[in-house]
Write a protein that binds this ligand. Structure first.
Ligand SMILES: [Zn+2]
Length: 189
């Protein structure tokens, strides 16, 4: 009898490993992350997050059901109809904030050192950007719902130049103008 119980348990584990886990992980990978959509009500960008846990478990029932976990228009619009989910269903990769930024840096060069953005390391060496005020900023300082507008007014800066610019700005007395002029000439033209 004990052997039969072990066999049933083993079969349940195998079913989970081969059918359930891949589906759960697949939906988590597909719908994780911040997305920038156009709010159907305002026709303006808003940043949202999909409730990945709900998407994962609903997929086991046969069809993945999407709902939002967060929206920058919440809590005021918490009870909206979430019609923006259609944009995510139709093109989940297109509206992912990370992908929007990666596409923007593609084929561009750092405004300071002119090096192209290749194989961006989003984990350790995130690229930055320079605003109209010539100050470099990191993406963590930018509200995601403003990304479409920011991309129109800012210039791309590589991670190394952003670190140097930040150091120069915060420790101006330690950096000579000669060093800065040689490296930052392109940025000021
Ligand atoms: Zn650079």
């Amino acid at each position: 009898m004990t052997a039969e119980i072990y066999l049933v348990v083993l079969m349940l584990v195998l079913v989970a490993l081969f059918f359930i886990v891949p589906r759960l992980v697949g939906n988590w990978l597909k719908y994780r992350g911040t997305r920038v959509i156009i709010c159907p009500e305002t026709r303006r960008p808003a940043a949202v997050e999909v409730d990945t846990r709900h998407a994962e478990w609903s997929s086991l029932a046969g069809q993945t059901d999407l709902r939002l976990k967060n929206c920058t228009r919440w809590p005021e619009k918490k009870d909206c109809g979430q019609e923006c989910l259609l944009q995510i269903e139709l093109a989940p990769e297109e509206c992912l904030a990370r992908n929007i930024l990666t596409r923007w840096y593609d084929q561009k060069k750092c405004v300071y050192c002119a090096r192209p953005f290749e194989d961006i390391d989003w984990a350790a060496h995130k690229p930055a950007l320079m605003g109209p005020d010539r100050k470099t900023v990191e993406w963590s300082e930018i509200p995601p719902e403003t990304i479409p507008d920011v991309l129109k007014t800012h210039l791309p800066v590589c991670w190394s130049c952003h670190i140097m610019e930040t150091f120069r700005r915060e420790h101006a007395d330690l950096v000579t103008d000669r060093d800065y002029d040689a490296r930052g000439k392109a940025a000021r033209v």
